[in-house]
Design a protein. Structure first.
Length: 398
């Protein structure tokens, strides 16, 4: 696949790309003729001086990624293998950790190639492809993995639309098909994961440090409400940490059997916990009406969510979500406020927190903060890549 065209970068963006910014934005692609997914191109300045080489791949973040600032570097299978080898070498300590057998091996642009990720699950490798463009290089990535690691199996998930729709498939690529669920460990706890179902596998690996902190420092003897609970991972760690009771609330019907399963694979009596399939915003109103209060409330909503009566955008609505949580949190209780929205930074997130408490006539202190764990490699030139923001907030008396 040869480089076929030069794309001229506007003068006001040249320094940004020369400084290492990796995402090809709409501004860059404006005024460009028809470009095919996966096509390689050179970014050049107004004097046609080379800036970088990238590929076209439309996804929700942008229109492709810069791959190299070296004009003579070939984008071939050895290129992908070098990048993946470097990423694996950085994570040697994770491979040696017997208490955690699920982690990220390759984190897109953080490891030098935007548009795909590779996760490790106890001998199984899962590739997530985020555009048709990067998927055109799938043989290079898969061959590289085969050359670099021993594996039980390789799976893949196409997280982009083909002919206007997501293609559902079991995703098996090579090796021996897994018997699902596969049990993996995270800091000694168990998670049941599936590669042959929907886009998500059953646990978000980027919250590993947050879950451990809840278990080890905050859960003992506490009542815990876990909202937008998905498969109940936070609830599991709270229960393992000695919580008196956990309440998991999620609108999706699948959350009930999935949460029961996660409790069960950890030897926790799920019947002693509350697992509620309901709109989180309805549940907040119910809790206020019944005067329910919790020692810990966990907020980890999607960046965007929609139900029959409510739509939620983290950037617009997180402040009001926090106000709902403040109303049902005990004095000296903890709110774990989390967002994976890349559209604002921690400073702005703290602004939402401050406004929510002021409007609720409550005082607070932020006692811990988290961003992405070490296996989710990021680069300073692409701050949006470090998307995770988590604050442990203590609701103070008076």
């Amino acid at each position: 696949m040869g480089t076929e065209l030069n794309i001229k970068v506007r003068s006001n963006l040249v320094n940004k790309y020369k400084g290492g910014y990796p995402l090809i934005t709409k501004q860059v692609m404006d005024h460009t003729g028809s470009v095919e997914e996966g096509m390689l191109f050179n970014l050049v300045d107004e004097k046609n001086s080379f800036i970088g080489k990238g590929y076209y791949g439309k996804q929700n973040k942008g229109y492709g990624w810069v791959l190299t600032k070296n004009k003579d570097e070939k984008i071939d299978q050895p290129f992908f293998e070098r990048k993946i080898r470097t990423a694996i070498d950085k994570r040697k300590s994770f491979f040696r950790d017997e208490e955690t057998t699920a982690f990220r091996v390759f984190n897109g642009e953080g490891d030098g190639i935007g548009g795909f990720t590779i996760d490790y699950f106890d001998g199984y490798y899962l590739i997530n492809w985020y555009s048709e463009g990067i998927y055109t290089f799938n043989e290079h990535v898969i061959t590289s993995l085969k050359n670099l690691v021993e594996y039980k199996a390789i799976y893949q998930k196409k997280r982009f639309r083909e002919d206007g729709k997501f293609i559902e498939e079991d995703g098996f690529v090579d090796g021996e098909r897994g018997q699902f669920p596969i049990l993996v460990k995270e800091n000694g706890a168990n998670f049941a994961v599936y590669f042959n179902e929907e886009a998500m596998v059953g646990v978000f690996l980027d919250q590993r440090d947050v879950r451990k902190t809840i278990r080890d420092k905050y859960a003992q003897g506490k009542t815990v409400l876990n909202t937008f609970s998905y498969t109940g991972a936070f609830s599991v760690f709270a229960a393992l940490g000695g919580a008196v009771k956990t309440t998991s609330v999620d609108l999706a019907n699948r959350s009930l059997p999935k949460t029961i399963e996660q409790f069960s694979v950890n030897g926790i009596d799920y019947e002693a916990q509350d697992i509620i399939v309901e709109d989180v915003f309805h549940y907040f109103k119910y809790a206020v009406k019944k005067n329910l209060k919790f020692d810990m409330v966990i907020l980890d909503p999607p960046s965007f969510a929609r139900s029959k009566k409510f739509s939620f955008s983290a950037e617009k609505d997180y402040k009001n979500l926090l106000k709902e949580a403040i109303a049902i949190t005990e004095n000296n209780g903890i709110i774990v406020a989390s967002t994976n929205s890349a559209s604002f930074d921690m400073k702005k997130f703290k602004g939402f927190i401050d406004a929510a408490f002021k409007e609720s006539n409550s005082k607070y202190s932020i006692v811990e903060e988290f961003s992405l764990p070490k296996d989710f490699e990021t680069i300073k030139q692409f701050k949006e890549g470090n998307y995770l923001k988590v604050a442990f907030i203590k609701k103070l008396k008076g």
